[in-house]
Each structure stands twice: as structure tokens, then as C-alpha cells.
Ligand binder design. Sequence first.
Ligand SMILES: Cc1cc2nc3c(=O)[nH]c(=O)nc-3n(C[C@H](O)[C@H](O)[C@H](O)COP(=O)(O)O)c2cc1C
Length: 169
Amino acid sequence: MLKVLAIMGSPRKGKNNDILLDYMLKGIKKEREDAEVDKLYVSDLVIYPCIACEECTRKPGCILQDEMNHLYKKYDGADIIIITSPMYFNSVSAQLKAVIDRNQAIWSSKYILGQPLIDRKKKRLGYFIFTSGDETGCAGLTAAEPIINLFFKSINAEYVGNYFVKGSR
Ligand SMILES: Cc1cc2nc3c(=O)[nH]c(=O)nc-3n(C[C@H](O)[C@H](O)[C@H](O)COP(=O)(O)O)c2cc1C
């Protein structure tokens, strides 16, 4: 079975990111009948922003008790992780950024505590869907790519590529 974790990072359901994500998921299912898709809307989840308390450097995990705890486990089980975001001020949405920052607990578990919250040997593939309202939008993609790169690194996924759509309002 191929486990696909799809994280929809726009607060707008049924709009550009949601449509593109569904399109990609449809393609995956067409290619792989055994694909099991877990699609999440970040705007539906209660995910607090990181408060830099550094508790994750003392004990594996995050002290904030919210739905991020489910996400840590979901990353671990996934073979493919797709994240999507609208471009907001040349970066990702605040909802998705909160998720990304909370991956600090995984980073600490690996690089400080040596007690990884995630199987570091498992092969995972990461894809990024990104949309901009602007017709060019390339500065935003250049700015977002290093952020997404670190996100995928933190969950030991290979950042395979972007699906960037400009001029989408
Ligand atoms: C707060 C906010 C900031 C935005 N910043 C940018 C931007 O910097 N560059 C850009 O091209 N579009 C910007 N946009 C437009 C969105 O990126 C664009 O409409 C996107 O495709 C919306 O995706 P969605 O329909 O999936 O929500 C912004 C929109 C909002 C609401």
C-alpha cells in the first residue's frame, strides 16, 4: 500500500490549492490503485504556533497539546507527503507556517536528543503545490523553496519537486 499524506495549506476550501491538490491525488490514484490518501485541511486543525519554550530539546515531542501530535505520527507512516500553499507575501500561508515551525520538535528529537520521533531510514517523497495571484510570482517561489526544503528535511522526505501555478486568484 502507498500511503499519501496531503496537507492543504490554504484557508480557502474548494479554491486553487484545493483543486490542484485533488487533481494530483486523482492522478496518483489512477496510477496506483493501492494508494491510501489522507487529506487534511490545516485550517480545520488546531495547531498552535511554536512558542520556543525549548522543551523539545529536553524531552522528545512538543508540550503543546493539539492536533500536531497526530501529524507527527502521520508523517512517519507516509510514503508521499504533498503540501500546498497559496503565496502570502512571498511566503507560505500562516496556517502552513505554524505546522512547519512545529516540526522543530522532530528536529530536536533527531539532532539534539538522538531519539528521533520519525524513522529516519524510511523513504518518503515530498511534493509542493504553490499558487500565486501575481502573473510572475517567481520571487515568492524563490523565497518559499528553502522553507519547504527544510520542512521536507525535517521529516526525512526527499523534496522531489514543485507544482507552481501563477496568476491564480
Ligand atoms: C494575505 C494574502 C497575501 C498574498 N500575497 C501574495 C503575494 O505575495 N504574491 C502573489 O502573487 N499573490 C499573493 N496573494 C494571492 C494568493 O497567493 C493567490 O490568490 C492564491 O492562488 C490563492 O490560493 P487559494 O485559492 O488556494 O487560496 C496573497 C493573498 C492573500 C490573501
